[in-house]
Design a protein around this ligand. Structure first.
Ligand code: FES
Length: 85
């Protein structure tokens, strides 16, 4: 059985201003729709020092910048639903 995956979402001041609060609110619903809610843990972080590119998300050692709800949906689909484990 594969261990839980993590999504790190910056909730620093600038990212929050650019929408990370809404992303955090929407994430459970996005994960639930893809039936992976129990496999993913969402971690709110402080500033990642990429403020001008926020909201920023880290998943699988990759930094994603200017993340929108749609982009987040794509990240989740690509990362989790193509994994055959
Ligand atoms: S506030 Fe998110 S990277 Fe700085």
């Amino acid at each position: 059985m594969k261990s839980k995956e993590y999504i790190f979402l910056c909730t620093g001041k600038d990212c929050k201003r650019n929408g990370s609060k809404e992303l955090h609110r929407d994430l459970p619903e996005l994960l639930k729709k893809k039936d992976i809610r129990s496999k993913v843990r969402v971690i709110k972080t402080k500033c990642m020092d990429h403020c001008k590119k926020g909201p920023n998300v880290i998943h699988a050692n990759r930094l994603y910048s200017k993340v929108t709800r749609r982009f987040l949906n794509d990240i989740i689909s690509e990362s989790f639903l193509t994994d055959k484990d």
